[in-house]
Design a protein around this ligand. Structure first.
Ligand code: SF4
Ligand code: SF4
Ligand code: FES
Length: 356
């Protein structure tokens, strides 16, 4: 294997070793140096749209975007001068000037967004600059993704993730100047686009412009407990966090540390958890009597199962059985079902809808 070529640079007066091909941002973060970002998502090509990550490079007249600039040998970089900090505050003042205040529930209900975390850090407030307010609430009635482009800062993270990571190209940048916006084809709703409702645009959005519609109005962020688990729906095994409030699963977010999903989920892992508390969910065993399913006690149900299973096994042998389990049952229940099939009945005819 070829040895990775290394280079030496100086960041804030400290000599640092890095490798060719890395950006200033990557190298700085590897060395524990914090540079704020807004339009950056490590999974997609840098758009350098926000300029918040600007740093000074010795010999360059103007600051450069750390997320897009590749390291060069001998570079001397400053990331935290008072000029840079003041420029970052001005950028944030400009960004929030375009967003209406007091309307977004993202920070309160889902958790602090990246934009408002940064405006708090820099003491930025709307009102310093005046311009045309960009974007408006979308009339999109899809059941999953709430789109409010009055909160959009045109960072293009959603369109990059949708195109580069998901290959869905359901949303794209549209328009020019003050008319710039994020749009699905022909400004349609997402249901009429190539959207697969993976939810990746929601997860990357640094503002309240895109939110999980099902989570809205359910709880305050402070009431939510996140429980790390593995998506049961297929064999990929993506990691996710269940958001639990008032003893109810109100939604999910991806587990970015999961080795199989690396933060990606499909529509099922992202949105399909409402069956857990659904009112139609079966809570009492049903036994078919005279052709009609009637409620029974658990003892009645178990007695009937023992009677029928014993009869079938004696008459036709263990391989007359096939056991199918469900992704909507717990992992423990699925484990017990296959154990029962193999150890008690004596068959390996076991399957689960998660296998595919
Ligand atoms: S849900 Fe997925 S496919 Fe749909 S717009 Fe968002 S990123 Fe694109
Ligand atoms: S919707 Fe969110 S992710 Fe997309 S451009 Fe606007 S702020 Fe960025
Ligand atoms: S994070 Fe680098 S330009 Fe936006």
């Amino acid at each position: 294997m070829l040895k990775e070529e290394t280079l030496k640079v100086v960041i804030n007066g400290q000599e640092v070793e890095s490798s060719f091909g890395k950006t200033i941002l990557e190298c700085a973060r590897d060395s524990g140096v914090d540079i704020p970002t807004l339009c950056f998502d490590s999974r997609v090509k840098a758009t350098a749209a926000c300029r918040l990550c600007s740093v000074n490079v010795k010999g360059r007249r103007l600051p450069v975007a750390a997320c897009a600039q590749k390291m060069e040998p001998g570079m001397e970089i400053t990331t935290d001068s008072s000029d840079l900090e003041s420029m970052r505050k001005t950028i944030l003042d400009l960004v929030v000037s375009e967003n209406p205040t007091g309307e977004c529930v993202r920070c309160e209900e889902i958790g602090p967004c990246e934009l408002h975390t940064l405006t708090k850090r820099y003491g930025s407030k709307p009102g310093r600059f005046h311009g045309a307010l960009s974007g408006e609430k979308s009339k999109d009635t899809n059941p999953f993704i709430f789109r409010d482009y009055s909160q959009c800062i045109l960072c293009y993270r959603c369109t990059s993730v949708c195109g580069e990571v998901e290959q869905a190209h359901a949303i794209v940048p549209a328009g020019r100047g003050f008319g710039s916006r994020i749009a699905a084809a022909f400004d349609s709703g997402l249901l009429d686009s190539s959207c697969t409702f993976c939810g990746q645009c929601i997860q990357t959005c640094p503002t309240g412009a895109l939110m999980d519609r099902k989570m809205l109005g359910q709880a305050k962020a402070s009431e939510v407990t996140k429980v790390k688990t593995v998506c049961p729906y297929c064999g990929t095994g993506c990691g996710l966090n269940l958001h639990v409030a008032n003893n109810k699963v109100i939604g999910t977010t991806p587990d970015w540390d999961s080795p199989s999903g690396e933060g990606s989920l499909c529509v099922k892992g992202q949105f399909a958890t409402d069956f857990i508390s659904h009112k139609d969910r079966l809570k009492t065993p049903l036994i078919r009597r005279n052709g009609v399913l009637t409620e029974a006690t658990w003892d009645e149900a178990y007695d009937l199962i023992v009677e029928k299973f014993t009869q079938i096994k004696e008459e036709s042998g263990p391989n007359a059985f096939t056991f199918w389990t469900s992704a909507r049952a717990t992992t423990e229940s699925n484990y017990i079902m296959q154990k029962f099939a193999r150890a008690v009945i004596g068959t390996n005819n076991v399957d689960n809808c998660s296998r595919t």
